[in-house]
Design a protein around this ligand. Structure first.
Ligand SMILES: NC(=O)c1ccc[n+]([C@@H]2O[C@H](COP(=O)([O-])OP(=O)(O)OC[C@H]3O[C@@H](n4cnc5c(N)ncnc54)[C@H](O)[C@@H]3O)[C@@H](O)[C@H]2O)c1
Length: 416
């Protein structure tokens, strides 16, 4: 997995295919491809032991034509500028495909959070936030959690930003704790959206989630709740994995007990009453639904030929390379693309931002209903275009998204 190409290669190839389908010229292609702004910052840390360490941080605003930049903050040792560019571009298309009034942005710090104490991560977060302060704000660029960050990280970002302005500004981040203005339903929204689009895809074939077998790669914020929601909807979750390995039980894993095991052990590995399994074995399992919910470049030219699932639902961003897409399409496997499948998180982030701006909070039921409505609407539009134009779901999602962004450019005109 580590030798795979940068995700920017996949992002550029996907955009180029959409541009070809739409018949746009090269000037517009470059305009759609190039980030509006990028900031590279140094993040010095005084460690708990008193040493000085230096980390690199980035914030990229890929496009802001439909609204403020929106996108997560990632802490990972693999973060580099091209990864952040790719993730920012995918945020642009994701917000457009579910039709919420945001552009796309992303941030990252090249740091392994597992190697640092909470106090060190707080100092890194506050210094990074201070360094990118010129770019962020509730009307300009709104952060959310991503890989390696969580609602506590968002609380630190919000506090740092608010302190610098002299008053509380909850709308500068989403995915924050409910006690300081977070939204009900946000913590599980990405996962709920993954299950909603799975249901839509199965319904199109006269089937449903209940009774299906599911394997989930990644047992973090997205994968763990997706596993729980699939199980609650009557599916059999037969395998899950994380960075340390995986576990398998063909009778269906007990997800509540698995959560308890992970809380104690820090990994799914070692879960009693299940067999060990590697990540590679899990990708190749004979299941109805495979959910890559960990990281990029998991389904590649090497691993895609091993996939036996009928439906791949991309909980992660960029798990599939263009070569793998071609292999799976040839093998009759339907892929629900990341920008659609995992958009539930940004949809409820949008709801959180709306609530913060209104200073009025919605009920959990209102959030759940509006999320499902928007995910189903977006899925239906993508599936309809795919049918009409003979496209894959990824191609159709990209075409809808790129067209919406290009329309915004065209209507606004080019300054000066
Ligand atoms: N958090 C969100 O709301 C959200 C929204 C949309 C998309 N995503 C995407 O979903 C993916 C996961 O994000 P998250 O927020 O759940 O992150 P997380 O840090 O909470 O969890 C990541 C999980 O992936 C596992 N993992 C890491 N490297 C792995 C490897 N090499 N092999 C197998 N498993 C590995 C980790 O052990 C962990 O279980 C990312 O691609 C992220 O961009 C997240």
């Amino acid at each position: 997995m580590t030798s795979a190409p940068s995700p920017i290669v996949s992002a550029y190839a996907q955009l180029a295919a959409a541009v070809r389908h739409l018949g746009y010229d090269e000037g517009l292609h470059q305009h759609l491809r190039t980030p509006r702004r990028e900031l590279h910052v140094a993040v010095p840390l005084r460690t708990d032991a008193g040493d000085l360490k230096l980390f690199h941080g980035y914030r990229v605003q890929h496009n802001v034509s439909r609204g403020p930049g929106k996108g997560g903050l990632r802490f990972s040792r693999d973060v580099d500028i091209d990864e952040v560019r790719a993730l920012a571009m995918w945020m642009t298309w994701k917000c457009a495909v579910v039709d919420i009034p945001y552009g796309g942005a992303k941030g990252g710090v090249t740091i392994d959070p597992a190697e640092h104490s909470a106090a060190e991560l707080e100092r890194v977060t506050r210094r990074y936030t201070t360094e990118i302060m010129p770019l962020i704000g509730p009307e300009t660029d709104i952060m959310a959690p991503d890989m390696g960050t969580d609602e506590q990280t968002m609380a630190w970002v919000m506090d740092t930003y608010s302190t610098s302005r002299g008053h509380t500004i909850p709308a500068v981040v989403t995915g924050k704790p409910i006690a300081i203005g977070g939204s009900l339903g946000r913590a599980v929204a990405t996962s709920a959206g993954v299950v909603h689009v799975t249901q839509s895809a199965l319904e199109a074939q006269g089937e449903k989630v209940a009774g299906k077998t599911v394997a989930v790669q990644g047992f973090g914020k997205v994968g763990s709740h997706a596993a729980a929601i699939y199980a609650a909807r009557g599916a059999r979750v037969v395998a899950v994995s994380d960075v340390h390995g995986g576990v398998r039980d063909d009778a269906g894993l007990d997800i509540d007990r698995l959560f308890a095991h992970v809380a104690a052990a820090g990994t799914v590995v070692g879960f009693a009453d299940a067999d060990p399994i590697t990540n590679a074995q899990m990708l190749a399992m004979d299941v109805d639904v495979l959910v890559p919910a960990a990281m990029e470049n998991v389904l590649t030219a090497e691993t895609a030929p091993t996939v036996r699932a009928r439906l791949v639902v991309e909980g992660a961003n960029g798990p599939t390379t263009p070569e793998a897409d071609a292999v799976m399409e040839a093998n009759g496997i339907t892929v629900i693309p990341d920008i659609l499948a995992n958009a539930g998180g940004v949809v409820v982030s949008y709801f959180e931002w709306v609530q913060a701006n209104q200073v009025y909070w919605w009920t959990a039921q209102e959030i759940d209903e509006r999320l499902e409505q928007r995910m189903v609407m977006a899925y239906d539009a993508v599936a309809e275009l795919a049918r009409r134009d003979g496209l894959s779901l990824r191609e159709a999602a990209n075409v809808i998204a790129v067209k919406r962004v290009a329309e915004a450019h065209s209507i606004r005109g080019l300054y000066p």
